[in-house]
Design a protein around this ligand. Structure first.
Ligand SMILES: Nc1ncnc2c1ncn2[C@@H]1O[C@H](COP(=O)(O)OP(=O)(O)OP(=O)(O)O)[C@@H](O)[C@H]1O
Ligand SMILES: [Mg+2]
Length: 239
C-alpha cells in the first residue's frame, strides 16, 4: 500500500491546446452571447469607478479562468475598446497556445529583466486585442508577480489601454493572486458548478477580503442551459 495519496493529475488540455475562443470564432453563438452578458454585468458592477485593470481568478484549478478571461477580453475588444490581455499564470500558462503566438518572451521576461513591454506585447488575431504571454516559467513566479516592477507595469500599461485583463492562478494554491488582487481595480471569481467546493469559494472570498480587493462578482461556469437550447455550457454572472 502506498504511504502517500497520489496527487491528482491535472489536465494539461488547455496548456497544450489553448482555450476555445468561441467569441472570436462564432460570435453569433449563444455562448458568445453569454460572454457579452458577463462583460455587460462587469461593466455595470462598478458605476462610480472606471475599471481598467481586471483580474479573473477562482478558488481552485480548472474552473475556467482562462476560458472566461480570454473570451471576455475578446468581447471588450469587439466593442471597440483597446484591450491588453496578460497571462499572469506562470504555472499553467495558456494564452500563447490560445492565440497561437510564441512564448519565448513574455511577462516573466519583462519582470525579470525590467524590460520595456512594447517589444514583447503582440497583436492578436482579434482586432483591438494585444496580448502578453506568460514568458518562460521562472523559478520564482510569486516573487516576480509581487514585485514593484509588476506594480509599475500595471500602472504603465493602463495609460495605453482602455482595459487590462489578467489571467492568474487560483487563489487557494499560491499566494500570487491574493497579492495581485489588491493591486487591480476589480476581481472576478470564476466558480464552476460541480467542481467548486462551497468551503473553497468561501475561503477564496476571505482571502480577497483580507487584502481589501474589490470583488466585482462571480462568473458561474458550466451552469445547465435554462433556455432549452441544450447547446453549449452556460456562463452566468452574479453580484
Ligand atoms: N463551461 C465549460 N464547459 C465545458 N468545458 C469547459 C467549460 N469551461 C471550461 N471548460 C474546460 O475545462 C478545462 C479548464 O478550463 P480552463 O483552462 O479555462 O480553466 P482554468 O481555471 O484556467 O484552469 P487552470 O487552473 O489550469 O489555469 C478546459 O479543458 C476547458 O475547455
Ligand atoms: Mg488557466
Amino acid at each position: 500500500m502506498a504511504l502517500f495519496r497520489k496527487k491528482k493529475k491535472l489536465s494539461t488540455d488547455t496548456i497544450d491546446n489553448g482555450v476555445k475562443l468561441i467569441t472570436a470564432v462564432e460570435p453569433k453563438n449563444v455562448v458568445a452571447e453569454q460572454f457579452r452578458t458577463v462583460r455587460t454585468n462587469i461593466d455595470f458592477s462598478s458605476i462610480d469607478k472606471t475599471l481598467k485593470t481586471i483580474l479573473f481568478t477562482s478558488s481552485d484549478v480548472s474552473e475556467g479562468k482562462s476560458t472566461v478571461s480570454a473570451n471576455t477580453a475578446v468581447t471588450w475588444a469587439q466593442q471597440g475598446k483597446k484591450v491588453l490581455f496578460v497571462d499572469a499564470d506562470m504555472r499553467r500558462p495558456t494564452l500563447h497556445t490560445t492565440f497561437g503566438v510564441t512564448n519565448t518572451q513574455g511577462l516573466s521576461t519583462i519582470l525579470a529583466n525590467n524590460e520595456d513591454y512594447h517589444g514583447i506585447a503582440v497583436d492578436s488575431v482579434v482586432d483591438n486585442l494585444t496580448v502578453i504571454t506568460s514568458g518562460p516559467v521562472p523559478p520564482n513566479p510569486a516573487e516576480l508577480l509581487n514585485s514593484n516592477r509588476m506594480k509599475n507595469f500595471l500602472q504603465t500599461v493602463q495609460n495605453e489601454y482602455d482595459m487590462v485583463i489578467l489571467d492568474v492562478p487560483p487563489l487557494l494554491s499560491v499566494t500570487d493572486t491574493q497579492i495581485l488582487s489588491a493591486g487591480v481595480d476589480g476581481v472576478v471569481l470564476v466558480v464552476r458548478q460541480g467542481v467548486a467546493q462551497r468551503t473553497s469559494v468561501q475561503r477564496a472570498v476571505e482571502l480577497l477580503e483580507m487584502v481589501h480587493a474589490n470583488l466585482l462578482g462571480y462568473v458561474l461556469n458550466d451552469v445547465a442551459p435554462k433556455n432549452g437550447y441544450g447547446y453549449g455550457y452556460g456562463y452566468g454572472y452574479e453580484k
